[in-house]
Design a protein around this ligand. Structure first.
Ligand code: KG4
Ligand code: ZN
Length: 325
């Protein structure tokens, strides 16, 4: 079933074509450079960018997939969560296309799609055969753990009480005046550095054994105070990046262990932009090896926002609904 995916929940205008789980094209145009000066996404700028670029991104996705609009059999669009003005552009585009071409339209939850992205490149297993599993999304907007029981049943079992992990990366990068988005920059600056015991940032909510929720705003504030009083050298910035990254990964690792122990899950799928981070990936691999849990991670190109994950999940949801009907 040739499915067109449309994703405009934040600052990426993305369109993809997926056929029976195989990605034929995956086009992304990002307005990230326009937000860099502000240290975070400016909603009005993001939605204007979507309006301006969605049609050309759509045409390029069709071209790359060597398909025409007449080949498309289904449209999948992100319905939320996200910036309202940004979501509106993708949804209006999808509705217009669906009406004009008489195509069925399926709405996809952005966070669920991040979890589904873990299974895109899996040639051997079908995501639908793997329920139940634990799903986790670590992105700029979310740091949540889900109990995933079916395509329509992803229930939250843990969430961040304040900032998401990616948001903490972005805010720390802003404090250190490193640019936006913070995650890739901080990872680069931390690279190759060994641990710095003299800088230890707090790990929140680890005291109570049954607490699986996250809190990352404290780490950000700790970095702010440390930065205020330290020698403001480039070397010091690198050390802060390394210790900050270590603290975030450490918390995620410990909470994942807790969630696995509390639920007895045998499979874990972790998606979202922060999963680009190599230290985090390595730590998750190690944790799951030790716990005897099968881990599913997305290819790096499917970690940050993309429409392939939307089309991929949309196709599965549509087929499952048809079987049920
Ligand atoms: O999933 P995503 O593209 O958008 C949301 O749905 O939020 O995630 C974007 C987030 C940003 O906060 C960015 O700083 C973070 O992912 N990120 C990273 C890395 N690459 C992107 N965080 C840590 N290390 C990275 N390499
Ligand atoms: Zn996302």
């Amino acid at each position: 079933m040739i499915t067109l995916g449309i994703e405009t929940s934040c600052d990426e205008t993305a369109v993809a074509v997926v056929d029976k789980g195989q990605v034929l094209s995956d086009e992304v145009s990002s307005s990230v450079h326009l937000h860099a000066a502000y240290g975070g996404v400016v909603p009005e700028i993001a939605s204007r960018f979507h309006t301006e670029y969605i049609f050309s991104v759509f045409k390029k996705a069709l071209r790359d997939a060597k398909t025409g609009i007449k080949d498309i059999e289904l449209i999948a669009v992100t319905c939320g969560p996200g910036l309202p003005g940004s979501l509106l552009v993708g949804k209006a585009f999808a509705n217009a296309l669906s009406f004009a071409e008489g195509l069925p339209l399926v709405e996809v939850d952005h966070v669920n799609a991040h979890i589904a992205s873990c299974f895109i490149s899996d040639q051997e297993e079908d995501m639908t055969d793997l329920f139940p599993f634990l799903g986790m999304v670590i992105s700029g907007g979310h740091t949540n753990i889900y109990s995933c029981r079916s395509l329509n049943d992803f229930s939250v079992i843990a969430r961040t009480k304040d900032d998401a992990a990616g948001e903490a990366f972005d805010k720390v990068a802003k404090i250190l005046d490193l640019g936006y988005p913070g995650g890739p920059i901080i990872e680069k600056r931390a690279k190759g550095l060994t641990k710095h015991p003299e800088i230890r940032f707090p790990r929140a909510l680890l005291n109570k054994k049954t607490d699986v929720d996250f809190s990352f705003s404290g780490i950000k504030t700790a970095v702010l105070y440390y930065w205020k009083d330290c020698r403001k050298t480039e070397e010091e910035k690198d050390k802060i990046c390394s210790s900050f990254q270590e603290a975030i990964v450490d918390v995620i690792d410990k909470k994942v262990l807790r969630a696995l122990e509390l639920t007895g899950a045998e499979r874990l799928a972790v998606g979202g932009g922060v999963v680009n981070n190599e230290l985090l990936r390595q730590r998750l691999v190690l944790r799951c090896q030790r716990s005897g849990v099968k881990l599913y991670l997305p290819e790096k190109k499917y970690c940050t926002d993309n429409a392939a994950m939307v089309a991929f999940l949309g196709e599965k949801k549509f087929k499952a609904e048809r079987v049920r009907a």
